[in-house]
Write a protein that binds this ligand. Structure first.
Ligand SMILES: [Ca+2]
Ligand SMILES: [Ca+2]
Length: 294
């Protein structure tokens, strides 16, 4: 009976041992689960693909291709070549004879009470009479009654800025014979020279080439001497048409075209532009200011 009991106990224990041996994971599953919960972590998702690099805020500039050289443009016909107030030295202007710049008054003086009978000033650049515009102010003081002789705005071909013609009736414009000049002059004449240039002692005229004789004149004007400051506009078109406009605010003289001249025989030319003046036994001081030229 006892051995039967031991055999039965042995069988029971053996059976339990077989059960425990065959299912070890079951008996420890709770512990494993607990361990897994403490250490479990979600699987790391795959990283998104690396975005392409942002463009640099200061990207390297590609080297620029060298630009082709730009030819110098022709001068703008609407730009003034000179706007001169005569308030400081200007090396582009040449003064000759009695002419000089007076920087204290800010004016150019063409003739004086004594000394040379002719004065001129010329600009270093040339202009073309296909389209030339000249604007300026002038005053004329009488130094010796009845005053003489006159001044011109002139464009002369084939001369340099040191040009100076004869004084007196030649207005610093007409040269000593037999030399000749080609050009165009607008004269503001204050003296009747009778035998030489018999005409009004108060007129405007257009002179061609070297002559002090005018191809057209106008004496329907306010008195030019001792009569305030006149403003002048001279317009030359196609080398053939000359318009002259005068105004004088100090005497309420409105802008008036005093000469309109047209000659098909005139041809355009390049020349130095400037002013000339002449005096003789009687003298005027001819004064120019605020000159613009194109
Ligand atoms: Ca001035
Ligand atoms: Ca005269």
């Amino acid at each position: 009976m006892y051995s039967l009991y031991r055999s039965f106990l042995f069988i029971i224990l053996t059976f339990i041992g077989i059960i425990c041996w065959s299912t070890p994971a079951f008996s420890s599953s709770n512990r494993l689960d607990s361990t897994n919960r403490q250490t479990f972590s979600l699987p790391t998702p795959p990283l998104p693909p690396t975005p392409p690099p942002l463009p640099s805020l200061h990207p390297t500039q590609p080297s620029k291709p060298s630009l082709p050289s730009v030819p110098t443009p022709p001068p703008n016909p609407l730009e003034w070549l000179i706007e001169e107030s005569f308030s400081s030295p200007n090396t582009s202007l040449t003064y000759n004879g009695s002419a000089y710049p007076d920087y204290t008054t800010g004016e150019a003086v063409l003739t004086q009470a004594t000394g040379a009978y002719a004065g001129s000033l010329f600009f270093e650049k040339t202009v073309n009479t296909t389209h030339t515009v000249s604007e300026f102010d002038f005053r004329i003081e009488v130094l010796d009654q009845p005053g003489a002789d006159g001044f011109t705005f002139a464009i002369l071909q084939g001369v340099d800025p040191t040009y100076l013609g004869n004084g007196g009736a030649d207005l610093g414009y007409t040269p000593i014979p037999p030399s000749t000049i080609k050009g165009l002059a607008i004269e503001f004449d204050t003296h009747n020279n009778y035998g030489v240039d018999a005409y009004s002692d108060n007129h405007v005229g257009v002179n061609i080439n070297e002559s002090h004789y005018s191809v057209i004149t106008s004496s329907t004007l306010p008195r030019l001497e001792d009569n305030g400051t006149f403003h002048v506009e001279i317009v030359i078109k196609n080398g053939k048409i000359v318009g002259i406009y005068l105004s004088n605010d100090s005497i309420n003289y409105p802008r008036t075209q005093v000469i309109s001249y047209h000659s098909d025989s005139l041809e355009s030319f390049w020349g130095h532009a400037g002013f000339t003046a002449g005096v003789g036994a009687f003298r005027n001081r001819f004064i120019i200011d605020n000159w613009k030229l194109r």
